[in-house]
Design a binder for this molecule. Structure first.
Ligand code: FAD
Length: 398
């Protein structure tokens, strides 16, 4: 593969740069504008940002034009990620919609469903969440106990979901429920496009160790979904579940560009911090571990390019997304752990007392533990790689 950018690709980069300069929230590039801390304001701010991305044609560039994308090339996608990370653009409030539900709807949804949901996903009018995990079903999604029972053209849903990211602001949920108890474990499951704004749905916050509120418990008490809100076939939702997971893992793989940015920031930190008057970066042990991290980062990046090429050629992501997800999340955790340890005793300082003046490293470090769990744990990614890429025998536990 040729990694140099053509004139046309550089023009694409410039177009995006100009758009970002003109459209990022005021003071964003200078660092004087921040995400609101109030939950309602935070959601409003991010919905506005997503609307701007949509209006500018930057909400989901890889999607086909028919669905509101630009059918961006592989190189354009890479440029897009690089530029968004470079300016530390605000996060996507509808991450689940853009990277997971939308591509699955395009792949499997009916025309009516695509018409009803896709545009609102792009504009941020309808924020989505993913209702897979339950108190007794995480890695083993097929163990779900939430039930949906047919009642005319409606389905009555009862059960509990947990770790539902964005559940507190979501309008719709990509919800997995058991519709037939008598089928084998991976059958008898159906996926619903559930309306969250109804009396039968209650969300309760789960506060993380960094004090943030990203995920929730979701209680379903006689919640209602309609036949038209089923994606795929009744009782045969397993392949729909897997299709969304593949898109999820590929999306997470793109965090390799955030990793690159964090590596550069770590190098800058190691130059700033001093021991006996010497910058830490001049110490052999620090240099060695930086080189080690960088080598593995480059490996992940090249692997990501290879997998993205395959996804674009085949039109759908494969099990290789598990490699990207595993490598990026584990390396991120390691890099952030190193960022704390090189700060010595100052590593435990918080907010304005921290070395960065805003606990940037501490926040990211605490968040990184969840990254090796969300979207499937590292052990589960290893099982997928073993079985589906290396062709090894199936995990006996499942
Ligand atoms: C930041 C974050 C965001 C999340 N967002 C969502 C969301 O939006 N929607 C949603 O549905 N869920 C979400 N989750 C939940 C996530 O998908 C689950 O936590 C994850 O799948 C693991 O499930 P579990 O917590 O039940 O752990 P378990 O499945 O009980 O696993 C416990 C331990 O056993 C190991 N293990 C389990 N099975 C095997 C096996 N077969 N082989 C080897 N080891 C195994 C696991 O690796 C883990 O170390 C999120 C989680 C996090 C951390």
């Amino acid at each position: 593969m040729d990694f140099s950018f053509t004139k046309k690709e550089e023009e694409f980069r410039q177009e995006l740069r100009t758009w970002l300069e003109e459209n990022l929230p005021e003071g964003w590039i200078e660092g004087t504008s921040k995400l609101p801390t109030d939950e309602g304001e935070y959601a409003k701010f991010l919905r506005n940002w997503q609307r701007k991305l949509y209006d500018g044609g930057w909400a989901a560039i890889a999607w086909p034009e028919k669905y509101g994308g630009r059918k961006a090339s592989l190189m354009e996608e890479i440029i897009y990620h690089q530029e968004m990370v470079r300016v530390k653009a605000p996060p996507l409030v509808n991450y689940v919609g853009i990277h997971m539900v939308g591509p699955t709807l395009i792949q499997i949804g009916t025309e009516e469903q695509q018409e009803k949901f896709i545009q609102k996903i792009l504009t941020g009018e309808e924020v989505w969440c993913q209702g897979y995990s339950e108190p007794n079903a995480g890695s083993d999604v097929a163990a779900i106990q939430t039930t949906a029972v047919k009642d005319g053209d409606r389905w009555i849903i009862n059960g509990q979901k947990v770790w539902t990211s964005f559940g507190h602001i979501a309008d719709r949920c990509f919800l997995v429920a058991r519709t037939n108890r008598f089928e084998k474990k991976h059958h008898g499951i159906t996926v619903f496009l559930l309306d969250m704004n109804q009396p039968g749905v209650e969300t309760r916050p789960i506060i993380q160790m960094d004090g943030q509120h990203d995920f929730n418990e979701v209680y379903l008490n006689d919640a209602v979904a309609y036949d038209a809100e089923i994606i795929g076939k009744v009782d045969e939702g397993w392949h729909v579940i897997i299709a969304l997971l593949m898109h999820e893992r590929t999306g997470i793989g793109a965090q390799v560009f955030t990793l690159e940015q964090q590596f550069n920031e770590l190098a800058a930190l190691a130059k700033d911090l001093k021991e006996d008057g010497e910058p830490l970066i001049s110490k052999p042990l620090i240099r060695k571990s930086m080189v080690d991290l960088y080598t593995r980062f480059r490996g992940s990046l090249l692997n990501y390019y290879r997998n993205l090429t395959k996804t674009i050629k085949t039109g759908r992501p494969g099990a290789e997304g598990s490699m990207d997800k595993l490598m990026v999340s584990e390396l991120t955790k390691e890099l952030l752990s190193q960022s704390i340890s090189i700060q010595g005793h100052q590593g435990i300082l918080w907010k304005e007392d921290a070395v960065s003046g805003n606990s940037y490293w501490q926040d990211n470090y605490l968040y990184s533990f969840g990254q090796t769990i969300g979207g499937g744990t590292s052990e589960i990614q290893k099982n997928t790689i073993a079985e589906r890429i290396l062709g090894l025998p199936k995990d006996m536990g499942r």
